[in-house]
Design a protein around this ligand. Structure first.
Ligand code: KE4
Length: 432
């Protein structure tokens, strides 16, 4: 099989590196962990991307999660075009912001009020500030391998790009800032219980990805989410579910509806903006009324609630609500994951697969990945070979073993068949 031409991507990436750090506006897109230059994308449509060399790719990144409907869903495009005809940004309230807030509240019962921001990072940064302001406490408990955006106090043993590029706790975060952050092993009820008994009265919040996407996909073990809930209630601290990735992904009501555990606050992003820059954080009215201007905890943003972004998110949620693609997403993703599992088994490769809804990871690891320590033992070199091989077959995967893959409602049975055919060839090839 001939390797597709990527000359235009390569030369443009060389140019980009002259003006943008690493040539990328987010390190998660850098191909450092898999080799070669990132592809420069020209356009997307449905389940596909095209790079600037004209190569068509079956897309399992989906802009790192937002495109659960696929690229350029007609109703999303139409909503954007209609809104654009009226302008782009006013710095004043619009009806669209209220409509999207109401749609989020209808979908996520634990949320009675919600504030729109511009990214998942802003959502988690604001949520922990609110938790601290509301409780009068300073400490935050997070879990190693979870990634909550590049918030100073949460870049402690973080996942995603921080883990991929080997800097889980970033320079530039003052020791004083990280001092109030306690990172515990994910899925470890005993450790959390002991820590809460020790410092629970000082803890403002426990924040976690209820299903981790940023170690690769790691599901909560039985009882872990319930333990988080019970311990937060017992010690008077707030439970924050970071559903930036899982929100509207694993179920329309998010992981909290799937596992029937109710957090005090929820952070959202990705799908809630449908591919435009949107983050959101919400919770009970009693908690959210502490946020400025009704309350003393300050948070603001020039482009928060931007009309184009609101229209994009609102159209996305409306299509999800009206079409309910989740059963088909589950079935299609299950067929894909079972096929990947079989292909890796037939190739004789140490591997495990993890799936929750339409997010999944094929781990090159000999044991089930339940925590950061296990994920850190992934065979990242073998993953890099897999990534390169699949790319040569026109399959576009996240460029890190510590990320989730996403199936969209636009992926067809033929796309899944092509992906599995590619995987069988690539996995047997890298097994040698
Ligand atoms: P953003 O600031 O990137 O919009 O959201 C941060 C964030 C917060 N919480 C969770 C659970 C997240 O997964 C993220 C961002 N996810 C990464 C990919 N795993 C975004 C990709 C990137 O950083 O470019």
């Amino acid at each position: 099989m001939t390797t597709p031409s990527r000359d235009n991507s390569q030369s443009h990436f060389t140019r980009a590196r002259q003006s943008i750090p690493g040539g990328v506006n987010s390190p998660a897109r850098a191909f450092g962990a898999v080799g070669g230059a990132p592809l420069i994308i020209d356009r997307g449509d449905g389940a596909y991307l095209w790079d600037i060399d004209g190569n068509r790719l079956v897309d399992y990144v989906g802009s790192w999660g937002p495109h659960i409907l696929g690229h350029r869903h007609p109703e999303v495009v139409s909503a954007l075009e209609t809104t654009l005809a009226k302008g782009t940004s006013f710095g004043a309230p619009t009806t669209l912001e209220t409509e999207l807030a109401e749609a989020v509240i209808a979908a996520v019962p634990s949320v009675e009020k919600v504030r729109m921001v511009n990214s998942g990072t802003e959502a988690t940064m604001s949520a922990i500030r609110l938790a601290r302001g509301h409780t009068g406490r300073d400490k935050v408990i997070k879990f190693a391998g979870c990634y909550h955006g590049h918030v100073d106090s949460l870049l402690v043993q973080a996942g995603s790009g921080a883990l991929t590029h080997g800097v889980p706790s970033s320079p530039g975060v003052p020791a004083g800032c990280a001092a109030d952050t306690v990172a515990l092993p994910f899925n470890d009820v005993e450790e959390l219980t002991a820590t809460m008994e020790n410092i629970g009265s000082e803890v403002a919040c426990v924040i976690l990805e209820p299903v981790v996407g940023n170690m690769g996909v790691v599901a909560p073990v039985e009882g872990f989410l319930d333990a988080c809930r019970q311990l937060c209630t017992a010690h008077g601290c707030l439970l924050i579910f970071d559903e930036v990735m899982t929100g509207f992904r694993v179920a329309f009501g998010g992981a909290q509806s799937l596992y029937n555990v109710t957090p005090d606050m929820t952070t959202m992003g990705k799908i809630v903006g449908g591919g435009m820059p949107v983050g959101a954080y919400g919770g009970s009215a009693e908690i959210m009324n502490s946020i400025s201007p009704d309350g003393p905890v300050y948070q603001a943003g020039t482009l928060s609630g931007n009309p184009l972004a609101m229209a994009c998110g609102l159209a996305t949620l409306k299509v999800l609500r009206d079409t309910n693609p989740y059963d088909r997403l589950d079935a299609v993703t299950s067929r894909l994951v079972d096929g990947l599992d079989q292909a890796a088994t037939d190739a004789g490769l140490d591997h495990v697969v993890a799936r929750v809804g339409s997010m999944f990871t094929l781990f090159f690891n000999s044991e089930p990945v339940t925590s950061y320590d296990v994920s850190a033992r992934n065979d990242t070199e073998r993953f890099a070979a897999y990534h390169r091989g699949m790319l040569d077959h026109g399959i576009y995967l996240p460029c890190s073993q510590f990320e989730a893959n996403f199936v969209s409602a636009a992926h067809t049975d033929e796309d899944i068949d092509a992906t599995l055919a590619a995987a069988r060839a690539v996995l047997s090839d890298i097994a040698g």
